[in-house]
Design a protein around this ligand. Structure first.
Ligand code: HEC
Ligand code: HEC
Ligand code: HEC
Length: 359
């Protein structure tokens, strides 16, 4: 009888002991390991969120972005190939309560900061389908004052938050950003319709539904003759300072064929020698420092401007397009209007002159 009473005690103590042990083993200990690991691997001055980023994060949580987007790259090939190196422990130290998410209806966003320009993000948030025709992401027009280029504070905060995602990691361990593509990579026309038409328009006229909020505007592919090599380089690298991203994993040759097919050739009257000389003079005086003596975009001032000047040897705008660029400048780029400095005759002369560089 006595031993039976003792067994209650033993079982009781054993139970409490087991409970205490599991709390330590499953709760306290992993927490300590995590803390230690975070401390050990974290850069000295990890970037805490700014005020705007914090507000953006709150909206991200409120609007349920985390139901469709993860912010954790797992250590699986499927993840690292698509999104980059797997998420390190210290990256999420300020992410509390965390927004890692569990479902990927949209792509992982932990490296989003390096992938798209601000005007891209605003346009996409205002209307995802304008940029990515097949997108199932809901639009968030309530964060805007009626247009993608008129964001309210909320949209600014969300985009600031997105721009910061992966920034701390990129500073600690630079890696080449993996630009993502959407839509099936079938033939060039298909790939164009799925990936490019939102901005460049179904017929390449630069008038896609996403064009309105973008600065600079998407190139009008009808008004430009491009060499195949030029289109492929642009697809590989994107255009710094614009919403034109790099497009890895698409059939570049096929797309280049589609892009070149949009160009409508212009009949070119050869300008009289006097006009040619005038164009040459204007070019040397005002344009060569950026666009280069040989029109290759490598002028002496080119490294100083925020965006690479047009390379006229591999890209030939129609005279009409060039005149428009000269009269109005190219918004969103360092190319200023010239109509206050040059006469109409000088403008047309140089517009024809730059066409001569194309090879
Ligand atoms: C119903 C699911 C869903 C919700 C909710 C959602 N998204 Fe998306 N999101 C997607 C899908 C699908 C894509 C991929 C297609 C595209 O780019 O539009 C995407 C793409 C994106 C991209 C582009 C990723 C890239 O680099 O290609 C960003 C940025 C983004 N979403 C941000 C947000 C933000 C911010 C919110 C909340 C305000 C949000 N999403 C809410 C489904 C969703
Ligand atoms: C989010 C909008 C957007 C999408 C999507 C987009 N582009 Fe662009 N693209 C631009 C913008 C903006 C420019 C102009 C940048 C500038 O003025 O330099 C541009 C420029 C170009 C140019 C001209 C390059 C040059 O040197 O002037 C080509 C060619 C081009 N895009 C092809 C494509 C192709 C092909 C796709 C699809 C695979 C595509 N773009 C998708 C926005 C976009
Ligand atoms: C301060 C440097 C600078 C100077 C000077 C300059 N440009 Fe530009 N130009 C640029 C940049 C940068 C772009 C934008 C490239 C882009 O959109 O990708 C540009 C774009 C252009 C375009 C637009 C091409 C297109 O794709 O539609 C034309 C045409 C042009 N420049 C002609 C000229 C001419 C002619 C002159 C001289 C009168 C001149 N530029 C002077 C920097 C300059």
């Amino acid at each position: 009888m006595k031993s039976l009473r003792m067994s209650y005690l033993v079982a009781g103590l054993g139970g409490v002991g087991f409970f205490a042990m599991s709390v330590l083993l499953l709760g306290v200990w992993p927490g300590r390991v995590l803390e230690e690991e975070t401390r050990r691997t974290s850069p000295k001055n990890p970037l805490a969120l700014t005020v705007s980023e914090k507000r953006g994060r709150q909206i991200y949580a409120r609007e349920g972005c985390a139901y469709c987007h993860t912010q954790q790259i797992r250590q699986l090939d499927a993840d690292t190939v698509r999104f980059g190196k797997s998420t390190a422990v210290w990256e999420t130290q300020f992410d509390y309560p965390h927004l890692w998410g569990t479902r990927r209806i949209g792509p992982d966003l932990s490296r989003e900061g390096s992938l798209h320009s601000e005007d891209w993000q605003l346009t996409h948030l205002y209307s995802p389908q304008a940029v990515v025709p097949d997108s199932v992401m809901p639009a968030f027009p309530a964060l805007f004052d009626g247009a993608p280029d008129r964001p309210l504070q909320g949209a600014r905060d969300v985009v600031t938050y997105l721009a910061g995602l992966g920034y701390a990691r990129a500073l600690a361990e630079p890696e080449i950003a993996l630009k993502k593509t959407s839509g099936p990579p079938a033939n060039g026309d298909d790939a164009y319709a799925h990936n490019c038409a939102g901005c460049h328009g179904p017929h390449g006229e630069g008038d896609g539904p996403a064009a309105a909020g973008l600065s600079p505007k998407p190139a009008n592919l009808v008004e430009h003759e491009y060499t195949e090599a030029h289109v492929i380089t642009v697809l590989e690298r994107g255009i710094r300072g614009s919403s034109m991203q790099a497009w890895r994993g698409l059939p570049h040759h096929d797309i280049a064929h589609t892009v070149r097919g949009f160009y409508r050739p212009v009949r070119e009257p050869a300008p009289p020698p006097a006009i040619r000389d005038l164009g040459k003079q204007v070019y040397a005086d005002h344009c060569a420092q950026c666009h280069g003596e040989n029109g290759d975009g490598k002028g002496s001032a080119a490294p100083e401007v925020r965006m690479a000047p047009t390379d006229f040897t591999s890209e030939r705008p129609t005279p009409a397009e060039t005149l428009r660029a000269l009269r109005q400048g190219v918004a969103g780029t360092p190319m200023a209007p010239w109509n206050t400095k040059l006469s109409e005759a000088e403008l047309s002369a140089v517009a024809y002159y730059v066409r001569g560089f194309y090879r």
